[in-house]
Design a protein around this ligand. Sequence first.
Ligand SMILES: *[C@@H]1O[C@H](CO)[C@@H](O)[C@H](O)[C@H]1NC(C)=O
Length: 159
Amino acid sequence: DTFTPCRVIGFDNEGSSRIHESSNLDQLQKCIAQRLKSKRFLLVLDDIWKCSSEDEWKCLLSPFTKGEARGSVVIVTTRFPYIAQMVKTTNMIELQGLEHNEFFAFFEACIFADCKPEIYVDDLIDIAKEISMKLKGFPLAAKTVRRLLKKNLSQECWI
Ligand SMILES: *[C@@H]1O[C@H](CO)[C@@H](O)[C@H](O)[C@H]1NC(C)=O
């Protein structure tokens, strides 16, 4: 009862959706299990922040373990090692930030696509390198900061 599910959306063969709405976890799980009964699926659970016990995990996953089809896969991403330890069924892969030069190229491309303005090359590139160091190789951080930097190409603002 720590989950707060609201609805399951199913797509039929014509691509139109049918929505199954319920706040009852048991009912929702039955609905999911029914829909996946003979299907092979890929389930991505991205950026899991909390899972207090193995029982909770098993409960969450239970509708996905009742199928008849083989070869389904669940991918979990999390920033918390204890969660990875708890849910893993194969070796976990620890993602690192990008290597520095690669990341800087990506960072620049985020801001300017292919075309770096002169003002950047003349005045801003050193500041950009410092900013890039602070982002520690994380692409999502680069994309977030890009929005701020693009708005105003002044040294004052970038500093
Ligand atoms: C850019 O930022 C600087 C410093 O914060 C500010 O003085 C300037 O007015 C800004 N320029 C524009 C076009 O917003």
